[in-house]
Design a protein around this ligand. Structure first.
Ligand code: FAD
Ligand code: MG
Length: 370
């Protein structure tokens, strides 16, 4: 029996506590923007002695919430700049839209290289770095397997083993060639497909942070479908409080609360995009070697980092690597911490983040890694 379930957890993955997440605003498109966007919701917040101005949109295939904390209501101009930037990146990076630059790279696989804008070149360069450090667990040439499984779409189904083997043969980050002189990208084999879904939201969140700072705001929360980036410190507060989602609950309840400042938390888990068939859950985090959604001891992993792009790429990489290799990788990197949530209900935090994390759900138990 196949149960198709598509629950893209929106603000739940990193639920912002104490009223940070704004009420559901009306979703009337504002002006002639080519994407659905709300008008501002404005709230006076006594705890932070700030005015919280929030706007939401539906872009990148997910729900986006931007909340700016300031003495006065934030201008519409900063939100225009933010949502336009997200739109421009989506038009550059999405593999789901015809003739984006990533689509052109894919269409020219095995044919010729494509000259790309520098931001995209740098993003792909970073993606290849994470493939190297994760020994291929993270691989943006994953596209043939993502398309084959169709997870997150109504066509999601378990492919036959022969098709999986054929798709695996088209996945290999070593066959992505970059030429920094020409600023070009080339996929060596026909039918290779680049999919930046596991790193681009984090990159875009970092870009959005720069726009908010350039407009003179110092405190904000950028939430791109659960890819959460805190800008600055929470006004008149010790820290931001971010809820880490309970992977086993249907609702947006959380199992713990994390105190963070001026950094990012990105979570990858088996509850975001999946379907079930014959009581087996097939989620969207695919092992490039086996061609199957990775079934290991993890339910989810959250990466805390200064840059959201790093957190986004590593959340996927570390999930696919599993606890032991993932923990080792995180420990080898500067300014990167992790919270591992295991199927056996253990929660393991890396040493430097442990004291900032408070478990609030007694079904789970904190344990040190050993
Ligand atoms: P992550 O762990 O960050 O990423 C998982 C995604 O990465 C998977 O969905 C798959 O695409 C890919 N992936 C799976 N395994 C691996 C691996 N081993 N290595 C590398 N990558 C892997 N979604 C839609 O439904 N419709 C859209 O139109 C749409 N447009 C998008 C446009 C852009 C520019 C971006 C960045 C994403 C878009 N998405 C779209 C995807 C959507 O935003 C998902 O939320 C996102 O891809 C999954 O991110 P995540 O944080 O849930 O999981
Ligand atoms: Mg990711």
């Amino acid at each position: 029996m196949k149960l198709v379930k598509f629950s893209l957890i929106i603000t739940a993955t990193a639920l912002l506590l104490w009223g940070c997440a704004p009420d559901e605003p009306d979703h009337e498109p504002v002006g002639s923007t080519p994407y659905v966007r709300s008008s501002s919701t404005v709230r006076n917040d006594s705890a932070t002695k700030s005015v919280i101005t929030s706007q939401e949109s539906y872009q990148l295939g997910t729900h986006i919430v931007i909340s700016i904390y300031d003495e006065n209501q934030a201008s519409n101009e900063v939100f225009d700049a933010v949502f336009d930037e997200i739109y421009n990146y989506e038009q550059m990076i999405s593999k789901n839209i015809d003739s984006t630059i990533v689509d052109q790279i894919n269409v020219n696989a095995g044919v010729e290289s494509v000259v790309v804008p520098e931001p995209l070149f740098k993003l792909i360069e970073n993606a290849l770095h994470f493939s190297e450090v994760s020994n291929g667990a993270f691989d943006v040439s994953i596209g043939p397997l993502v398309e084959l499984w169709g997870i997150g779409t109504s066509d999601a189904a378990v492919p036959d083993p022969v098709s999986i083997d054929e798709a695996i043969a088209k996945v290999d980050f070593n066959k992505i060639h970059l030429d920094s002189d020409k600023m070009s990208v080339y996929l060596e084999e026909p039918d290779m497909i680049m999919d930046l879904g596991a790193i681009a939201k984090g990159y875009i969140a970092d870009e959005v942070k720069q726009i908010i700072l350039q407009h003179g705001y110092e405190s904000a929360i950028v939430n791109l479908g659960g890819n959460v980036l805190m800008v600055g410190n929470k006004p008149n507060s010790v820290s931001w409080s971010v809820g880490v989602r309970n992977p086993l609950s249907e609702s947006t309840s959380h199992l713990g609360i994390l105190a963070l400042n001026d950094n990012s938390i990105v979570t990858s888990g088996i509850y975001e995009r999946f379907f079930e068939e014959d009581n087996v859950r097939y989620h969207h985090l695919i092992n490039p070697r086996t061609g199957y959604p990775e079934q290991n001891e993890l339910l989810a992993v959250s990466i805390i980092s200064n840059e959201s792009m790093i957190g986004d790429a590593l959340s996927t990489a570390v999930f696919v690597m599993g606890l032991d290799k993932g923990y080792e990788l995180v420990q080898s990197l500067e300014n990167v911490e992790a919270i591992f949530i295991l199927r056996d209900m253990r929660v393991i935090a890396t040493p430097n983040i442990k004291s900032s994390f408070k478990l609030v759900n007694n079904d789970f138990v904190m344990e040190d890694y050993h």
